[in-house]
Design a protein around this ligand. Structure first.
Ligand SMILES: Cc1ncc(COP(=O)(O)O)c(C=O)c1O
Length: 396
């Protein structure tokens, strides 16, 4: 028998073909034309976008676009190098300082994406002989970083502080460095970590704590600094990780901390050293977006109004929504065919949401995931709700 290195993809290829035949090829979504932060032509059809991470709607913000265009004209399309070689431009250094000021931290490091930030931090800050205690629902980039670094990984049940304490107690006897990793808002179900309780456990057992605020920066906290600000525990969080690809509307990632030793990551971390730095256009629009985030809290307020309205509407309609109102509103389905029918029905009504399948989902279920934006008008939120309402006969 002739074996092929592609044999391992056979099952995937079959699943993909079944999707195509079923008109449910959710991995073949092409945004043909981007009209605004909330509208696009998707696979030839005009769509209201209810499945982006554009929380503050800044991708089309005038200041951000102008800053980005200026940067391209003045500095070109790319840096063509690592931060450790020729890829540190004045804009990277300025943005690091601006993020330190915003988060009131001593040190910030930029990475090329949020994925790379997690890869870099989790593979470098702890290693063999040390332990990472991980919320089970953490993002894939956190898991991948753990794998790359070689620390022992212990998962605790999602948002279950009793389970976390049980595991901390066991580790206490081993007298080793322990790093707890959680997210501000969890990307799949939109729920928040019980951060105040997690911080008291971290303090009690002398552990370190990383909070990935990818979905909560710009969304939570009086000043938009995320869950740590909202929970009033900023001083106790050792490392905050974030991304520019969500509320800041660009691409890139960062880690900020009061531990000045964080700077050593620049020399020790392969995902920092061996990749090119972000293009000036992304850095410039991110700097402008950070200014907007700081100076216009009304965007955050409008986002939450939208989120509360749609969450309540979907709950009243009987959809199986996540545990709390959030700009991420996920609807759980046990049955894949039912989820596909609703997803296709929404497209027919001109509404795009994300379809999320295992292994990306918690508990192996299927999710239809809406994520909202401050750029959505009240009418658009109404339209999204109406589209779901028209499909109530096919929901679980
Ligand atoms: C919690 C979390 N961390 C990190 C990332 C990666 O961010 P980026 O898109 O900047 O790579 C994501 C992306 O979805 C995320 O949800």
């Amino acid at each position: 028998m002739i074996v092929s290195i592609f044999d391992k993809f056979k099952k995937l290829a079959e699943a993909r073909q079944a999707m195509e035949e079923n008109h449910s090829d959710f991995f073949n979504i092409v945004m043909d034309k981007i009209i605004s932060a909330t509208e696009a032509v998707v696979n030839g059809r005009p769509m209201l976008l209810a499945g982006t991470n554009n929380y503050l709607g800044l991708t089309f913000n005038k200041e951000c676009i102008e800053a980005s265009c200026r940067a391209v004209e003045q500095e070109g399309t790319g840096t063509t190098g690592s931060r450790m070689a020729n890829g540190t431009f004045a804009g990277h250094v300025a943005l690091e300082q601006e993020l330190s000021d915003f988060f009131k931290k001593k040190t910030t490091i930029l990475f090329s994406t949020g994925y790379v930030a997690n890869l870099a931090m989790l593979s470098t800050i702890v290693g063999p002989g040390e332990v990472i205690l991980l919320d089970a629902d953490c993002h894939a980039s956190i898991y991948d970083g753990c794998k790359l670094g070689g620390a022992e990984v212990v998962r605790f049940r999602h948002n279950d502080t009793a389970d976390l304490e049980k595991r901390l107690k066991r580790l206490e006897k081993r007298n080793t460095n322990v790093l707890i990793v959680v997210e501000g808002i969890y990307s799949m179900m939109g729920d928040q970590a019980p951060l105040a309780e997690i911080v008291s456990l971290k303090n009690k057992y002398g552990a370190y704590l990383i909070v990935d605020e990818a979905h909560s920066m710009g969304v939570l906290g009086e000043n938009g600094r995320g869950l740590a600000e909202q929970a009033n525990v900023e001083e106790s969080v050792d490392f905050i990780i974030g991304t520019f690809s969500k509320s800041l509307g660009a691409i890139g990632g960062f880690c900020t901390s009061n531990h000045q030793e964080l700077d050593m990551i620049r020399f020790a971390s392969r995902p920092y050293v061996f990749t090119a730095s972000s293009a000036s256009s992304a850095i410039a629009s991110t700097r402008a977006a950070l200014q907007v985030l700081r100076s216009q809290p009304e965007f955050r307020q409008h986002l939450w109004n939208n989120a509360s309205k749609l969450y309540q509407r979907l709950e009243e309609l009987g959809f199986s929504v996540g545990p709390e109102p959030s700009p991420i509103i996920a609807i759980r389905y046990k049955d894949m065919d039912e989820a596909i029918a609703v997803w296709n029905g929404l497209l027919d009504h001109g509404v795009y949401v994300n379809m999320v399948l295992p292994p990306a989902t918690p508990d192996g279920g299927v999710l239809l995931r809406c994520s909202l934006s401050a750029a959505h008008s009240s009418e658009q939120i109404e339209t999204i709700g109406n589209a779901f309402a028209s499909l109530t006969s096919s929901q679980s």
